[in-house]
Write a protein that binds this ligand. Structure first.
Ligand SMILES: O=C[C@H](O)COP(=O)(O)O
Ligand SMILES: CC(=O)C(=O)O
Length: 219
């Protein structure tokens, strides 16, 4: 008979370190909604070939959980997270599917507390200082600013850096090749998220090229 050794969940400090590591690896995090199951692997491969290896797969389509599960099994070198996680049930489902990180567009007390009990690190969405303070009080220090351009863009991030000097952000929503460098120049921005590189109407190679061009802007 074997005895499983139960490992305690990571501490918040360990989760913050995981988020920092994956954001440093990402620099640009594609926010992906899978429209057709057959797109899962070619889309991920095109992003990977363009240099984007940290993928946020949203639960906005019926294929989100399948995509997380398949990419974890079939592309284990990628870092695969779940986006649009809105409640405890979705959090449980993406954890079971193998998500390596969890992203939400906003914050609720229920979701933030559920994620404290999860082994998977979470990047909660915030759009204001008040949202941020709710997560901050629970120990969170890394957030997604969403929708970044609408809630003040780089000016908002500079202002939030005053009272929240130990907080870092992944701005998402309206980030594109024209403003990417301005976001990444800020000390409190660890990476950016976006979907501009995901237009596959010109083929998978166009996804690869757009991804590589965006990363080249950061060199
Ligand atoms: O809902 C937000 C998107 O997933 C990411 O924002 P974007 O499309 O403006 O890049
Ligand atoms: C916006 C985003 O990152 C999400 O839907 O989780």
């Amino acid at each position: 008979m074997t005895h499983a050794i139960s490992r305690p969940n990571p501490t918040m400090a360990e989760k913050i370190a995981s988020i920092d590591a994956l954001c440093a690896r990402a620099r640009i995090m594609p926010v992906i909604t899978i429209a057709r199951e057959e797109d899962i692997l070619p889309l991920a491969d095109a992003l990977d070939a363009g240099g984007l290896q940290v993928l946020e797969i949203t639960l906005r389509s019926a294929h989100g959980l399948t995509a997380i599960r398949r990419l974890r099994e079939e592309r284990p070198h990628l870092c695969v997270g779940a986006g649009t996680v809105l409640d405890r049930h979705m959090l449980d489902a993406v954890e079971k599917a193998g998500a390596q990180f969890i992203v939400s567009p906003g914050s609720t007390d229920e979701l933030l507390r559920a994620a404290l009990d999860s082994p998977v690190p979470m990047l909660p969405g915030v759009s204001s200082a008040s949202d941020l303070m709710i997560g901050y009080a629970l120990g969170y220090r890394r957030f997604k600013l969403f929708p970044a351009e609408i809630c003040g863009g780089t000016a908002a991030l500079k202002a939030l850096g005053g009272p929240f000097g130990d907080v870092r952000f992944c701005p998402t929503g309206g980030v594109n090749p024209d403003n990417l460098q301005r976001y990444m120049a800020l000390a409190n921005v660890m990476c950016v998220g976006g979907s501009w590189m995901l237009d596959s109407s010109a083929g998978w190679d166009s996804v690869r090229r757009t991804s590589a061009e965006a990363l080249a802007l950061l060199n």
